[in-house]
Design a protein around this ligand. Structure first.
Ligand code: NAD
Length: 365
């Protein structure tokens, strides 16, 4: 057997219920004294309250919306310069973490946010450290070198070492307030990361192991977290699943479902996780092979068909949209074309051209 791979994971991870309360100590340990905190609007009060015990925070920015706009990252970068901050903390969902990561990467390099977004200026090699604190269990952004930003309607995933956080503080207690529908949407995003990292053409053994465990955890805990947000065991299982899902796709990258999620979000307004879940069961059936069957058996399922049915059942439970007819007037030709040309589609193990994608979407009419 010839086996070769490179594995790297530079983020220091602090995991456990209550870890957020110890943020001050963690900042001290990292040598950070003047951080700009970027936080989800719903967390601002909690962060302000904690600030009394947290001298390491010099400013708080909370003007964050889902599918975050580049202008937010530019505003945070300006705040970092103005306050001469030595670090950035992102506390919130993926939208908040990605804004914090983008802002820290560009703050001290002189270009405009749009120049980096468009690839007209390279990200600098050095940047101030970022500490990520996820408040949803889904994106895995706390451990990835990915930032997803939107400029107007244009949404782009940028993968660059400049976005790698220095540390992640994963506290399942923070996720208890996530409403049921968002719990389901973000949880299925974590499942998509695990499955796509596993079947990506670039998959490798260490990522595979994390993917398998993440899938098992989602199947065990997502429904419980959706039913009862205060169930700490379920929330802990999902926070771990999201973290492992992030690690599982960080190097292999995602594939078909994520490729399709971009047109579905940009043109039909689906939140990221719902857009990924829209085609996830279809891709389970399309990509089913011996490797996927093995993962399914290890996760306690009889086969890939049962996994596809479980995903469909979870989507129905969460009230997620599953048919094109629920998205308004859909331009099927454009949708199939845009999905086919998305760079992530190249990672799908089964080649999917425009015609194959059209056939897939016709079954979801
Ligand atoms: P989000 O950050 O957009 O948040 C969704 C909603 O949930 C918001 O209204 C937010 O205020 C609310 N919310 C967050 N935490 C909450 C809590 N604890 N209690 C109550 N409400 C809460 O959603 P998300 O799914 O976490 O992130 C999605 C974004 O992340 C998208 O832009 C997506 O493209 C991106 N993403 C990034 C990566 C990466 O590796 N960087 C991976 C996947 C997705």
């Amino acid at each position: 057997m010839v086996l070769e791979f490179i594995y790297t994971q530079p983020v220091k991870i602090f995991f456990g219920a209550g870890k957020f309360e110890g943020l001050g100590q963690i900042l001290e340990e990292l040598g950070l004294r003047r951080c700009v905190a970027v936080c989800d609007p719903f967390l601002r009060e909690k962060l302000e309250a904690l600030r009394e015990k947290l001298p390491g925070i010099c400013a708080v920015y909370s003007n964050i919306q889902p599918n975050p706009q580049l202008a937010g990252a530019a505003a945070v970068a300006a705040l970092i310069r103005e306050r001469e901050a030595d670090g950035v903390i992102g506390v919130g969902g993926g939208s908040t973490l990605d804004t914090a990561k983008f802002a820290a990467a560009i703050a001290h390099d002189g270009g405009t946010a749009e120049e980096y977004f468009r690839g007209l200026r390279p990200f600098p090699a050095a940047h101030i450290p970022v500490v990520t604190v996820p408040s949803t269990a889904g994106t895995g952004s706390e451990v990835t070198q990915v930032s997803v930003m939107s400029f107007g309607k244009e949404k782009k995933t940028i993968n660059h070492p400049a976005f790698m956080p220095a540390a992640a503080v994963v506290d399942p207690l923070l996720t208890r307030s996530v409403p049921p529908r968002t719990t389901m949407i973000t949880g299925l995003d974590a499942l998509a990361h695990a499955l796509e990292g596993y079947w990506s053409r670039n998959h490798q053994p260490i990522s595979d192991q994390m993917a398998k465990e993440a899938v098992r955890l989602v199947l065990e805990h997502l429904e419980n977290a959706w039913r009862d947000g205060s169930d700490l065991q379920a929330r802990t299982g999902m926070s771990l699943a999201a973290l492992l899902g992030g690690l599982a796709f960080a190097l292999p990258k995602t594939a078909g479902s994520h490729a399709c999620s971009y047109p579905l979000s940009e043109d039909y307004g689906l939140p990221h996780g719902e857009a990924c879940a829209f085609t996830l069961d279809s891709f389970v059936r399309l990509n089913a092979d011996e490797r996927l069957e093995t993962l399914c058996r290890q996760a306690g399922l009889s086969d890939a068909e049962e996994l596809a049915r479980r995903i469909a059942a979870l989507k129905a439970l969460g009230g997620l949209r599953t048919r094109l007819s629920e998205l308004g007037a859909v331009d099927l030709d454009k949708l199939a074309h845009d999905c086919a040309v998305h760079p992530l589609m190249k990672n799908n193990p089964v080649p999917m051209d425009e015609a194959a994608l059209r056939r897939m979407f016709e079954k979801l009419a």
